[in-house]
Design a protein around this ligand. Structure first.
Ligand SMILES: Cc1ncc(COP(=O)(O)O)c(C=O)c1O
Length: 397
C-alpha cells in the first residue's frame, strides 16, 4: 500500500458526486454582485447559502473602513499575533469585543476554527474532561483531540444525557469544560442553554458557548443565545467568528476570567499563524458598530426567516426544529439531495448541499441560510422554486 493509495477511495467517492458533470463541492462564484447575488456557471443566481446573516459583506461603511485601512496599513501583517502581527487595530478590536460582551477581555484569532483550536486546547489538558454536544463543529472536535483532555460526548441537545455524564464524573466535574453551540450550523437548532447553564452550576463545571452562528442573530443586542436566554453570567467562555454576521474572516474568544489573557502564551494557533490583515480588522470593527447601532438589521433578518421557514413548512417540507437563519430541508437520500441541488442551481438559486459526516444523524440536507439583505421577492422566488421541485426533494430516488 503506497502513500497515496488511500486517496483512491476519495477519488471513487468524488466520481459518485459528478453524475451531471458538476461538482457541488467545487462551486466557483465567478462574480459576486451583492450580499445575495452572484454568477455561477455563467448564470446570475440568488445566494441562499452564505452565512452572511446581516448582509454586511457589502455594507458601505465596512467597505470604506477596509479600504482606508488597506491604503494606510498595507495588505497584510506578515506575522503572528505574538510577533509583529498585532497592530493597533487588533488591540482596539479586542477592547471593542470585550465591551460589546460586557466582559473583561477578548482575544482575536485568525479564524473561528483556530479560535476553537487555540482556546480549547489551552483551557483543557491532560487530566481534564471536555463534555461536548455530539453535533459539535469539526473545529471543536479537533481542538478536543489536540488538548489531550478526556473527551465525553452527550447526545445532541439532550440535557438528560448531559446530566448523566456530568454526574458520572463525580468530583472531576470541577475540571470539566462543557462545550455547546448557540445555533447549530447544519440544522439551525439552538442549544437548550438555560438548562445547560443550570447543570453547569449544579455540577461545578465550566461552560463554553460557540456563538459562531448566533452572534448578531440572537439577543436584543446581538450577543447571541447566551444573551437571548439570559445566562451570560454563567457562560465562562464565548467563542465566535468574524466570517458570518460580521461579514469578514477571523475569530475570537471572550471571557470575564482574567486567565483568558494567558491563553495567548500557550495557544499554538495564536502563536504560529499570521494575524488577520489590517483591512479585515477594520471592516470587523465597523461591522461590530453596525450590529450595535442598527438592530433593525436583526429585525429584518427574522422577518425573512419567518417568510422562508413558514413558507417551506406550509409547502410540507421536513425542516430543522427551530426557525432560524439556517433553514435545513431534509431530503430522503443522497441522490435526491444531489439532483435537487443541481436543479435548484439551474433555476437560479445557490444553497448548500450537505451529506454525512458534515450532516448529523446520517441526514442529507439542502441547507439554506437567509440574510437580512434578501428581499421578500427573492424569498418568494426561492419558495416558488422549491414548490416546483418538491417531488424531486421528497420522493426517494
Ligand atoms: C460552530 C462553528 N464554529 C466555528 C466555525 C469556524 O469558523 P471560521 O469560518 O471563522 O473558521 C464554524 C464555521 O462554520 C462553525 O460553524
Amino acid at each position: 500500500m503506497g502513500l497515496l493509495d488511500k486517496l483512491d477511495k476519495v477519488a471513487a467517492n468524488r466520481e459518485t458526486l459528478l453524475p451531471e458533470g458538476i461538482n457541488p463541492f467545487d462551486v466557483v462564484i465567478e462574480e459576486i454582485h451583492s450580499a445575495t447575488e452572484g454568477t455561477i456557471d455563467d448564470h446570475r443566481v440568488i445566494l441562499a447559502g452564505t452565512n452572511n446573516y446581516l448582509g454586511l459583506t457589502f455594507h458601505p461603511s465596512c467597505i470604506e473602513a477596509a479600504r482606508a485601512s488597506l491604503l494606510k496599513e498595507g495588505t497584510g501583517t506578515t506575522g503572528s499575533r505574538m510577533a509583529n502581527g498585532t497592530f493597533s487595530g487588533h488591540s482596539a478590536l479586542e477592547k471593542e469585543l470585550a465591551d460589546f460582551y460586557g466582559c473583561n477581555s477578548a482575544i482575536v484569532f485568525s479564524t473561528g476554527f483556530v479560535a476553537n483550536l487555540g482556546a480549547i486546547s489551552a483551557l483543557a489538558g491532560s487530566g481534564d474532561v471536555i463534555v461536548l454536544d455530539a453535533d459539535s463543529h469539526a473545529s471543536i472536535y479537533d481542538a478536543c483531540k489536540m488538548s489531550g483532555a478526556e473527551m465525553i460526548r452527550f447526545r445532541h441537545n439532550n440535557t438528560v444525557d448531559l446530566e448523566k455524564k456530568l454526574r458520572r464524573l463525580g468530583p472531576k466535574s470541577k475540571n470539566s469544560l462543557i462545550i455547546v453551540e448557540g445555533i447549530y450550523s447544519m440544522l439551525g437548532d439552538c442549544a437548550p442553554l438555560a438548562k445547560i447553564a443550570a447543570l453547569k452550576k449544579k455540577y461545578g463545571a465550566w461552560l463554553m458557548v460557540d456563538e459562531a452562528h448566533s452572534m448578531g442573530v440572537l439577543g436584543d443586542h446581538g450577543r447571541g443565545l447566551s444573551e437571548a436566554v439570559g445566562v451570560e453570567k454563567d457562560v465562562d467562555f464565548i467563542v465566535g467568528t468574524f466570517s458570518k454576521s460580521l461579514g469578514s474572516i477571523g475569530g475570537y474568544c471572550v471571557s470575564n476570567h482574567p486567565e483568558l489573557d494567558l491563553v495567548r502564551y500557550i495557544s499554538r494557533s495564536y502563536i504560529f499563524t499570521a494575524s488577520p490583515s489590517p483591512a479585515t480588522i477594520s471592516s470587523v470593527r465597523e461591522a461590530l458598530r453596525v450590529i450595535s447601532s442598527q438592530p433593525q438589521l436583526r429585525t429584518k433578518l427574522w422577518e425573512n426567516v419567518e417568510q422562508l421557514y413558514r413558507g417551506l413548512e406550509q409547502l410540507g417540507f421536513e425542516l430543522g426544529s427551530d426557525p432560524s437563519p439556517i433553514v435545513a430541508i431534509h431530503v430522503p437520500t443522497k441522490e435526491n439531495a444531489l439532483f435537487a441541488w443541481k436543479a435548484i442551481l439551474d433555476k437560479g438559486i445557490y444553497v448548500n448541499l450537505i451529506f454525512p459526516p458534515a450532516a448529523p444523524a446520517g441526514l442529507s440536507l439542502l441547507r439554506c441560510s437567509i440574510s437580512a439583505a434578501h428581499t421578500s421577492d427573492q424569498i418568494d422566488f426561492i419558495l416558488k422554486t422549491f414548490a416546483d421541485l418538491k417531488p424531486m426533494m421528497t420522493t426517494a430516488i
